[in-house]
Every structure is written in structure tokens, then in C-alpha cells.
Design a protein around this ligand. Sequence first.
Ligand code: ADP
Ligand code: AMP
Length: 218
Amino acid sequence: MNARHIILVGAPGAGKGTQATVLSDVLGIPHVSSGDLFRDNLKRETPLGLQAKGYMEKGELVPDDVTVAMVRDRLSQPDCNEKGAILDGFPRTVEQARSLENVLEQDGKNIDTVVYFQVSEQELIERLTGRRICRNCQAVYHTLFNPPKTDGQCDVCGGELYQRSDDRPETVQNRLQVYFEQTMPLIDFYKEKNLLQSVDGQQDIETVRSALLDVIKA
Ligand code: ADP
Ligand code: AMP
């Protein structure tokens, strides 16, 4: 099988990570989340993590050159090299999208499809402020929409659940603003390349999953 590159685009809270986990299992393609890569670097206090910290805390985008270098490095690892990637949260600017094209082109690879998750702003705010993450395995929950079986504890690994500091209401507003200004132009960018498919991300998690599998033809 050739390496497949599937991009999930949508606002913070649109459900990209939740669906990427499922898609990754179904297709056997690694899930590459730029946000998870940054958070992992931050936890390990690497120079990259320290560089990204201030931007992440404010809900700003980390500069393109830093972000592209990090993702390029991840894509060059054997699993992605062989199978491709489900890209979640990257690219987030047109500049990043152009860089990704170049990186893939250099290896004779291309983008399979881009799926856009459409969700209203009100719903995004509710999803982000109720999101909880497993400190150990990064599984994603929601206090109301997708609660764990035991309060505060991950169903998958038993790890402790926490709220991301950038999911607090003060930062959420800025992240949505940044999305509308800097990431939305990607929708037209990929539409013009005939790569864009849309999914109604406002439906419940299982319905979104089957709509997504339909457009991906999994
Ligand atoms: P993203 O990766 O796009 O930022 P997540 O997958 O982390 O979004 O989802 C954001 C929050 O919304 C999480 O708390 C998740 O459990 C919840 N969520 C995801 N998809 C849905 C859905 N279809 N309906 C309701 N809540 C959802
Ligand atoms: P996420 O987990 O996708 O919500 O990302 C969390 C934070 O990491 C964002 O608010 C940014 O500060 C940073 N980040 C993640 N992906 C990117 C990207 N593609 N470009 C720039 N910054 C990013």
C-alpha cells in the first residue's frame, strides 16, 4: 500500500483528534497531531518545547518555520514514511500548507484528501471548555458529551484526566479568533486544489465517524 496523507482541518474543538484516533486504528496510519507533539516537547522541557511554550499559553500559533521543521521530522520517521499520516492540527496556515506540499513532493508523495469539520462557534466553546485529556495516553474526553466511566480517570489506561490550560475560557476566545484569521484561508486553498471534502462535525461522535469513513472510503 502507498503512504496516504489525510489532513483533518477544523477549528479547535471541532473533533479532529477524537476522529483521528479512530481513523488511525481503522486505516493503520499513524495519527500525527502537531499540538500533541508540542505538548510532548513541553512536558520534556526540550528546547523546542520551551520555544513553543509562550505561544501555546496565549493561544497563538507557533511560528511556521519551527512548526514545519517539527512535523517534517515526524513524517520522516519509518512508520510515517511507510504508511503516511493522519494530520491533525497541521497545516494551520497557507504557508504551512505550501511547505507540506514541498516536503511530500520531495519524497514523491502527495495529499490524499483534506476533510473539513464544520462546527458552530457556540458548540466549539462548549466542547473546548468541557474537554479533558489523559495525562498518560492523551485520550480525549468531555465532561458532558463523552465522559469517562469513572470520574477523572482514563477508560483506556486508568491515567489521570486534566484540563488543558489553553482550554480555559480566556484563551479559548483567542484561539478561535486565530483560527478564523489564520487557518480558515486553508479551506479555499484546498478547495481550489479539489482536495476538500466536508463533514458536518456538529453531529454526535458516532455519526461524525461514519460520515468521515464514508468520505475517506475506508
Ligand atoms: P480538536 O482535536 O478538533 O481540537 P477534540 O477531538 O479534542 O477536538 O474534541 C474537542 C472536545 O469535544 C473533546 O472534549 C471531545 O470529547 C468533544 N467532542 C468531539 N467530537 C464531538 C462530537 N461530535 N460531539 C460532541 N462532543 C465532541
Ligand atoms: P492543538 O492541540 O491543535 O489545539 O494545538 C495547541 C497549540 O499548539 C496551538 O494553540 C498552537 O499554539 C500550537 N500549535 C499546534 N499546531 C500548530 C500549527 N500547525 N501551527 C502553529 N502552532 C500550532
